[in-house]
Design a protein around this ligand. Structure first.
Ligand code: S3P
Length: 195
């Protein structure tokens, strides 16, 4: 019998959670990856904003970070339940996996991929943007950099528990990262437990 070498199509029911610090490329990679895997792309922050009828900045400034974190945890539960049969790529916010409950939920229901970017590169990207809600009260650039550094350090222990860590440095082509993940999914990253 002749063998055919058709590339394997990724299984559709896989849910992939992208985690990582602000500005690590979770949305860019998420959107492209969902298209590549032919599954819905879900952006956790957009879902929260839609449900709350307010932007993330408004939620932070008018209702506070604690309120936001509760909404974030609840939305993650909803998304997980909706994605369980058909799969999805979920781009999370930088703080979403930094709670034991959220992280275990993601790890039990999908593949968790940490998009890791060097601290210096992240700080540069964050420094450029003006209005990240977690830095809202900080006017000076130096202040923001110090807070970002501290935040990153406190979050790394959570990020490092992802099933897979992928370096997403400045000159890495997003399509290349997407293709890498897609091939791995096709090769069997489909069901827990993961390596
Ligand atoms: C946050 C990151 C944001 C958003 C919110 C809080 C954080 O998402 O969820 O502003 O605590 O790191 P991005 O990581 O997409 O910027």
């Amino acid at each position: 019998m002749r063998e055919t070498f058709e590339p394997k199509k990724p299984k559709k029911q896989t849910t992939i959670y992208l985690i990582g610090f602000m500005a690590s490329g979770k949305s860019t990679i998420g959107r492209l990856l969902a298209r590549r895997l032919e599954v819905p792309w879900i952006d956790l922050d957009s879902m929260i904003a839609k449900r709350e009828g307010a932007t993330i900045s408004e939620i932070f400034s008018e209702r506070g970070e604690q309120y936001f974190r509760k909404a974030e945890a609840a939305e993650l539960q909803n998304i997980q339940a909706a994605a369980v049969h058909r799969g999805a790529v979920v781009s999370t916010g930088g703080g979403a996996p930094c709670s034991t409950e959220n992280l275990s939920l993601m790890k039990q229901t999908g593949i968790v991929i940490y998009l890791k970017v060097r601290a210096r590169e992240l700080l540069r990207r964050i420094g450029e943007g003006s209005s990240r809600p977690v830095f809202m009260k900080m006017k000076q650039h130096g202040n923001k950099q110090a807070r970002a550094k501290k935040l990153l350090k406190s979050r790394e222990p959570f990020y490092n528990q992802a099933h897979i860590t992928l370096r997403n440095s400045r000159n890495r082509d997003p399509e290349e990262v997407v293709e890498y993940i897609a091939q791995k999914v096709a090769a069997g990253w489909t069901q827990p437990p993961y390596p």
